[in-house]
Design a protein around this ligand. Structure first.
Ligand code: FES
Length: 160
């Protein structure tokens, strides 16, 4: 399905471009706007971003696939990214990941039926000193335990 930026976001892109020396340099904030509008970075979002910034789709793809902040598939209202890279793994990252899987009944990239939660296993998110960790949307939650994970999920379940 075709993706077009809203007029509001086109205006924001204009302002963003004023802050960067080249259009290509603005790729991160423009992608972020695309994700904000669409909910995730679909192929159509990448095509539109490439066109807006006059760069190739491959250049956009390279950035999207490198950063965990860009969602490559549809996600739930609360997207849980659990790190299982080395530091987190050594401090129980897989216990945390499995706890989330079990609590929500999800596999990697799964989304709950009510679209309230989704799960993604990720590589290092740069918070190794406070491992194990996960992100709920843009918030990092660190020094996790299995009990803490359940508390967080139950608290999110009780919210809208
Ligand atoms: S290894 Fe998990 S945040 Fe770095």
């Amino acid at each position: 399905m075709e993706f077009r930026f809203s007029q509001d976001n086109l205006d924001k892109i204009k302002d963003i471009l004023k802050k960067y020396p080249t259009k290509k340099a603005a790729i991160m904030p423009v992608l972020y706007l695309g994700q904000d509008q669409n909910g995730w970075i679909s192929k159509e979002v990448m095509t539109t971003v490439a066109s807006e910034l006059e760069i190739t789709e491959e250049e956009v793809f390279g950035v999207v696939t490198f950063y965990t902040m860009f969602y490559k598939k549809p996600v739930g209202k609360n997207h849980l990214q659990v790190c299982t890279n080395v530091s987190c793994m050594l401090r129980g990252g897989y216990d945390i990941y499995n706890q989330v899987k079990e609590n929500l009944g999800l596999e990697n990239w799964g989304v709950t039926e009510d679209s309230k939660f989704s799960l993604e296993e990720v590589e290092c998110m740069g918070s190794c000193g406070t491992a194990p960790m996960m992100a709920v949307n843009e918030d990092y939650i660190e020094n996790l335990t299995k009990e803490k994970v359940n508390e967080i999920i139950e608290s999110l379940k009780s919210k809208n």
